[in-house]
Design a protein around this ligand. Structure first.
Ligand code: CTP
Length: 411
């Protein structure tokens, strides 16, 4: 999502400055331009050369550099930014930003820029909890600055608690949020993800290879675009995106219940526009007729069979009860289903089209199981009710998710 954006990144004087090198690398990997400002204190923890090599651009630190100020360097930096990131942000730079002090290059750029600002704090827990810092943070948030909560854990100063630089992924998501179009503001999005598990004893279950990555990426894309997102996830080791409500479920029956509760909830004060459901989960169509409460003793010499009975088809039910759901929630409902298939391209389109009508959906995202399951990339075809088909060629699942979410908003 950050591709083509210019991020002006300020590195403050904290031991966490060493982590800024990895952040620069991750931003470059997303095709962002990174212009680094390294404070004098920051330079005590990480060398300009390290950051410069990764950013592929000269690192700035002096406000009155004779070379840079020939083109009014600090204004050029401030104007070029699509977003400004302070990582790590010390209590000092947070205080200066809150007070509007401009006494070095970083704080001067902060005052001059019109771009959104993301603050990733890192400091001793007592400094973070100090009333002065609390007031400064509140002031910045009031002005629309995105101040992340620091992470919890062991701090380099010897204390344990809140004060670690937030995880890189949370920082990247914050940057994505402030640079993404807010076209989902005022909408509710319900996303299902991953595989369900249908147990036949406490240890054994029937499931499938879905990892949940596509669903989590859809949830992240919608959250960044301003939606109020509920993620209903089968068992998964993935970290849910920030700012998303999460319901963890195991079985298709549990997922069905969680989805129905979420979609029928009356619209909140901030949600008036539309409700979208992205049924990304690979829901088990059947479940064992009987579930043993104790481990089944299975002799290696005997054959076993497990009788399976149908589970509810969640998407089909959403399609059938569309009007009553719209009445309960007070919002028009748009349904996006997924179809994971094997075989030839014609077969994929055929089955996707069938699911579109059979499940009364508005959009079906068709993909091949071999392109998608357990992979970080995907290639999909979008089919809508007008018969239009659109291909999204192989790309990182997050990029594909962004395109699907952007397309769904037009429904
Ligand atoms: N789906 C659902 N509830 C189910 C099964 C599937 O809501 N019990 C949803 C999936 O989340 C997906 C879409 O329906 O969005 C298509 O799922 P898929 O399993 O491919 O379709 P089926 O109708 O089960 O058809 P088949 O397995 O025969 O291909």
């Amino acid at each position: 999502m950050l591709s083509g954006n210019t991020i002006v990144m300020m590195v403050g004087g904290s031991i966490a400055a060493y982590k800024s090198a990895e952040l620069v690398r991750l931003l470059k990997k997303r095709d962002a331009r990174v212009r680094v400002i390294l404070s004098d204190a920051g330079a005590k923890f990480i060398t300009p050369l390290t950051l410069q090599t990764l950013a592929d651009e000269r690192v700035r630190s002096e406000t009155f550099s004779t070379i840079e100020e020939a083109a009014v360097g600090h204004i050029d930096l401030a104007d070029s930014a699509d977003a400004v990131l302070i990582a790590p942000a010390t209590a000092d730079i947070i205080a200066k930003a809150a007070a509007g002090i401009a006494d070095d290059l970083a704080t001067t750029v902060l005052l001059a820029t019109k771009a959104p600002i993301v603050v990733a704090p890192a400091m001793n827990i007592n400094m973070w909890e100090n009333e002065a810092t609390r007031e400064n943070v509140a002031k910045l948030r009031d002005r629309g600055v995105f101040v992340l909560e620091p992470g919890d854990g062991f701090l380099a100063c010897g204390w344990t608690g809140s004060g670690r630089l937030p995880e890189h992924d949370a920082i990247l998501q914050a940057l994505e949020s402030v640079t993404a179009p807010q076209d989902y503001a005022g909408t509710r999005v319900v996303v299902t993800a991953g595989a369900t598990r249908e147990h036949f004893d406490p240890i054994r279950f029937v499931s499938n290879r879905s990892s949940g990555k596509m669903g989590y990426a859809i949830a992240r894309a919608a959250a960044c675009r301003g939606a109020d997102v509920t993620l209903i996830s089968g068992p998964s080791a993935l970290t849910p995106p920030a700012g998303v409500k999460v319901a963890q479920v195991t079985t298709a029956i549990e997922m069905h219940q969680a989805v129905m509760e979420a979609v029928r909830e009356p619209a909140g004060a901030s949600e008036q526009q539309k409700q979208y459901v992205f049924m990304v989960a690979a829901v088990s169509d059947h479940r064992p007729a009987e579930v043993s409460t104790s481990k089944l003793k299975m002799s290696k010499d005997e054959e076993y069979s497990v009788k399976m009975v149908p589970s509810p088809d969640i998407l089909r039910e959403l399609g059938s009860y569309r009007e009553s759901i719209e009445q309960d929630s007070g919002m028009p409902l748009r349904l996006v289903g997924f179809a994971a298939e094997t075989g030839e391209h014609e077969e994929l389109i055929h089955w996707a089209q069938e699911k579109l009508t059979k499940k009364n959906s508005d959009l079906i995202v068709g993909n091949f199981a071999h392109d998608s399951f357990e992979k970080n990339t995907n290639r999909v075809w979008l089919l809508d009710r007008t018969g239009r088909q659109e291909e999204i060629s192989t790309a990182d699942k997050q990029l594909v998710a962004n395109k699907i979410v952007a397309r769904a908003r037009k429904l």
